[in-house]
Design a protein around this ligand. Structure first.
Ligand code: CMC
Length: 428
C-alpha cells in the first residue's frame, strides 16, 4: 500500500502521496497541493525541497556516501578516469570498449575552437576573472553552432555534448594565457584530456614543455571528484535555465556563473586566500577558529560545512590523501598545507563545529593541490567547472528527456505594499 501524509488546513484534510527513491529516501509529493488547497509551500534556500527525481547521483549526508550511477566514488576514483566517468554520468552506464573509444575520439577531435573565438579574448579588459571569461565564451558557442541548438534533437544534443567537453579545457587555458599576455596555443590531439589541458596552460612556442604524468593524473582525479553532486546551486541553475527549453551552451554558461560564488565553487579559491591570510597573520589557527565561532563576526572557515554532508564529505578524504601524495611526490614543503592540517584538527575538536556538524568539504584541500600543480589561484574555480561539466550535461539531458518535463517556475509569498493608487509626480 502506498504511504500517504495527511495535511489538515481550514477543516479540510488532503492526502499527499509519499514518493520513495530506490535507496529508501522519502519525500512528500505536493504536486497537487496548490490545485487542491490554494496553498503553496515556503522553503527559502530550498532546504527541504526536492526539485526533481533523478537517477544520476546519490548522496547520503549522514553516512558520507556518494554514488555516481550507483557506483561508490571511492571505486570510481581508484579505477576510472575522467572521460569514462563523464560517459558513465551522462549515459547512465559504464561504456564498453567501443563506446569509450568512440566517445574519447569525439572529445579529442572537437577540442579546437573557431578562430574567431580568439578575438573575443581581446575584448575583455586586462586580467578579467577567468570564470567570467569562460562563461561568456561558452555562451558565445551558441552563436557558432546555431544549427545544432535543438533541445529535442538527439544528434544535435550529442554533438553539443562532445563540443562542450572537448572545448572547455581549451577555452579555460586561453583565459589564462590571455591574462598573462602569451599566445593562444592549439590543442594537441595526441595527448590525454588532462595532459592536453596542462600543455595548453604551460607550453610556449619557444620552449618544450614536459608534461608531468603525476600532475596529469592528479588533475584527472580531481575532475572525477567534482563530476556531479546532484541538485547543488550551479546544477539547479543549469536545470532551471534548461527548463525554458534553452540550449545546452546557454544553460552551462549560466551554471559556470552560479559556480563562481564563494559559497559554492569559488570556495576553493577562498580557502587558499584564507590560508594565506592566516599564514601572513602569524599562523595562529586558534584565532581564526575563534573568529568563525563568533556570531558577531561574519568570518567563516572556508572549505568547511555542507548543506547535505553532516558527517564527512567522502570527496574531502580523497582530496586530502591526494594532497599528501602530490606534495610528497613533487617534494613541496607547503606552509599553507600545514596550516590547513592544523585548522582541520582543531576545528574538528571544537564544540561549535561538532554541534553544527561542520566538516571539511571537497574545496578544503583541492586548492592546495592546484597550487602544487602551479595552477594560478583565480583558475581554481575554473578547474571545478571543467570537472562539473559532465554533471551539468547529464542533469540537463535528464530534464529534457523527463516525461513530466515542466518549465521551472517557483512561487513566492508576497510581502510588499497592498494595493494603492498611483500618485502624480507633483503630489509626491
Ligand atoms: N564556518 C563557520 N560557521 C559555519 C560555516 C563555516 N564554514 N558553515 C556553516 N556555519 C554555521 C552557520 O553560521 C550557521 O550557524 P547558525 O545556525 O548559528 O546560524 C550554521 O553553521 C548552518 O550554516 P548555514 O549557512 O545555514 O548552512 P547552509 O547549509 O545554508 O550552508 C554552506 C552550507 C556550504 C554554504 C556553508 O557551510 C558555508 O558557507 N561554508 C563555507 C563555504 C564553503 O566551503 N563552500 C563550499 C561548499 S562544498 C562545495 C560546493 O558546493 O561548491
Amino acid at each position: 500500500m502506498t504511504e500517504k501524509a495527511t495535511l489538515t488546513y481550514n477543516g479540510q484534510s488532503i492526502e499527499l502521496p509519499i514518493i520513495e527513491g530506490t535507496l529508501g529516501q522519502k519525500g512528500i509529493d505536493i504536486s497537487k497541493l496548490r490545485a487542491s488547497t490554494g496553498l503553496i509551500t515556503y522553503d527559502p534556500g530550498f532546504v527541504n525541497t526536492g526539485s526533481c527525481a533523478s537517477s544520476i547521483t546519490y548522496l547520503d549526508g549522514g553516512k558520507g556516501q556518494l554514488l555516481y550511477r550507483g557506483i561508490p566514488i571511492e571505486q570510481i576514483a581508484e579505477k576510472s578516469n575522467f572521460i569514462e566517468t563523464s560517459y558513465l554520468i551522462i549515459y547512465g552506464h559504464l561504456p564498453t570498449k567501443d563506446e569509450l573509444d568512440d566517445f574519447t575520439y569525439h572529445i579529442t577531435h572537437h577540442s579546437m575552437v573557431h578562430e574567431s573565438i580568439k578575438n573575443l579574448y581581446d575584448g575583455f579588459p586586462n586580467n578579467p576573472h577567468p570564470m567570467a571569461v569562460c562563461s561568456a565564451v561558452v555562451g558565445s558557442l551558441a552563436t557558432f553552432y546555431e544549427n545544432d541548438l535543438g533541445v529535442r534533437d538527439t544528434r544535435q544534443i550529442e554533438i553539443t555534448i562532445h563540443r562542450l567537453l572537448a572545448k572547455l579545457p581549451t577555452i579555460a587555458a586561453y583565459s589564462y594565457k590571455k591574462s598573462i599576455g602569451l599566445p593562444l596555443p592549439y590543442p594537441n590531439n595526441s595527448l590525454s584530456y588532462t595532459e592536453n589541458f596542462l600543455n595548453m596552460m604551460f607550453s610556449t612556442p619557444c620552449e618544450e614543455y614536459e608534461i608531468d604524468p603525476i600532475a596529469a593524473k592528479a588533475l584527472d582525479l580531481l575532475l572525477i571528484l567534482h563530476a556531479d553532486h546532484e541538485q547543488n546551486c550551479s546544477t539547479s541553475t543549469v536545470r532551471l535555465v534548461g527548463s525554458s527549453m534553452c540550449n545546452l551552451f546557454a544553460s552551462v554558461s549560466a551554471g559556470i556563473y552560479a559556480l563562481w560564488g564563494p559559497l559554492h565553487g569559488g570556495a576553493n579559491q577562498a580557502v587558499v586566500e584564507m590560508l594565506q591570510m592566516i599564514h601572513e597573520d602569524g599562523g595562529s589557527v586558534e584565532k581564526f577558529v575563534e573568529k568563525a565561532r563568533n556570531p558577531e563576526d561574519p568570518f567563516r572557515l572556508m572549505g568547511f560545512g555542507h548543506r547535505v554532508y553532516k558527517n564527512f564529505d567522502p570527496r574531502s578524504r580523497l582530496v586530502k590523501s591526494l594532497a599528501h601524495e602530490i606534495l610528497e611526490k613533487l617534494n613541496i614543503q607547503s606552509p599553507l598545507f600545514d596550516i590547513a592540517l592544523k585548522l582541520e584538527e582543531i576545528a574538528l575538536k571544537d564544540q561549535y563545529f561538532i554541534d553544527k556538524k561542520l566538516y571539511p568539504n571537497v574545496d578544503f584541500y583541492s586548492g592546495l593541490i592546484y597550487m602544487a600543480l602551479k595552477i594560478p589561484v583565480n583558475m581554481f574555480t575554473v578547474m571545478f567547472a571543467i570537472g562539473r561539466l559532465p554533471g551539468w550535461i547529464a542533469q540537463w539531458k535528464e530534464l529534457q528527456e523527463d516525461k513530466g518535463f515542466k518549465i521551472g517556475r517557483p512561487h513566492q509569498i508576497y510581502t510588499g505594499e497592498t494595493q494603492k493608487d498611483y500618485v502624480p509626480i507633483e503630489q509626491r
